[in-house]
Ligand binder design. Structure first.
Ligand SMILES: Nc1ncnc2c1ncn2[C@@H]1O[C@H](COP(=O)(O)OP(=O)(O)OP(=O)(O)O)[C@@H](O)[C@H]1O
Length: 310
């Protein structure tokens, strides 16, 4: 059943409009700065509730403090997926109009940071029952349109697609903002930060980054590319339009999703192991056919020989 339809809460407890907005771009492109300015503007000018989830703040410190050393990709991936689980807990509380509880498997420090992030933005309130902590939704979160801004690099479309899937699962609004900043500007800004990202990493990301491509991926149609400098009232208005469109046109929950199957097929066919597997299967199949052919000839010879013995 559609999880959004399965919601038990009353309409009064549910946010009228709820959406996820992805910020993507190279390190130093100005995403966090833009998210702060935009959040402030949307709260002040539109009266919306905004929750900015900055991955830099939510990432466990030991990952970031390792003197420029990056954790293995699989670890990053697990972290990102864990964060989406936390976000899902919050979404379920919003949709069901109930309290939020911690997931069973969690990284304690990361969960605490997530809770602090929501509390600091007036979205939840801590409570406890018999020493068991739980979290109530703050009035701001349920009484206004709510946009959750996910601030990370999201440089592969597959990373963004995970968030889109969440939006689809709960029939939420979904949109993407790509901060298009020249590589050299990103490098220069990054160089001035106390905890600079290694230059090589930014260059590599610059080569690998996949910009939103609505022509190729229909699910990316609600995307906006913002040039730098991004802080202007025109940019805010343009973004507010995009957000409003997303909130008013939530992603439809589709049980048997053709779009997803197609994306999965593309990912699968691009997978080197899959390709190697296919090649191997073809070679084995051809060899088997050849061997069968030979066996058939040998068998025919035997039959012929038998006949000649008769
Ligand atoms: N439009 C701008 N003009 C000039 N400087 C900017 C602009 N936007 C951001 N900066 C500066 O660039 C630096 C990086 O900005 P910010 O942290 O917002 O980037 P980011 O894209 O979030 O980076 P990361 O992905 O590494 O978190 C900061 O020092 C910030 O003050």
């Amino acid at each position: 059943m559609n999880p959004a339809e399965d919601a038990k809460g009353t309409d009064a407890e549910r946010p009228r409009k709820l959406g996820l907005c992805l910020l993507c771009g190279l390190p130093g492109a100005g995403k966090s700065t833009f998210a702060r300015v935009l959040g402030h503007w949307l709260r002040q000018e539109r009266g919306w509730a905004v929750g900015v989830l900055s991955y830099d703040d939510l990432l466990p410190d030991e990952f970031l403090d390792s003197a420029g050393e990056q954790p293995p990709t699989s670890q990053w991936k697990m972290f990102r997926q864990e964060l989406l689980k936390y976000l899902e807990c919050f979404l379920m509380a919003l949709i069901n109009g109930c309290q939020m509880s911690a997931p069973s498997n969690k990284t304690e420090a990361m969960w605490e940071d997530f809770i602090t992030c929501l509390k600091d933005q007036d979205l939840i309130i801590s409570a406890a029952l018999e020493a068991q902590p739980f979290y109530l939704l703050a009035k701001t979160a349920v009484s206004r349109p709510l946009v959750l801004v996910l601030d990370d690099n999201f440089y592969y479309q597959s990373m963004r697609y995970e968030v889109y899937q969440l939006a689809r699962k709960y029939s939420l609004g979904f949109c993407q903002l790509f901060l298009d900043c020249p590589l050299e500007t990103c490098l220069q800004r990054n160089g001035q930060r106390p905890q600079a990202v290694p230059t090589e990493i930014i260059r590599l990301m610059g080569r690998k980054i996949e910009r939103p491509n609505p022509e190729k991926n229909a699910w990316e149609h609600n995307s906006l590319i913002i040039g730098s400098p991004a802080h202007s009232s025109e940019a805010n208005l343009e973004v507010a339009d995009l957000l409003l469109t997303a909130l008013e046109n939530p992603v439809k929950y589709v049980e048997d999703n053709i779009e997803q199957k197609e994306t999965d097929r593309i990912i699968c066919s691009a997978n080197i192991f899959h390709k190697a597997d296919q090649t191997l299967r073809r070679i084995v199949s051809e060899t088997m056919k050849e061997a069968k052919g030979k066996r058939y000839i040998v068998a025919l010879d035997l039959v012929n020989n038998k006949k000649s013995f008769r």
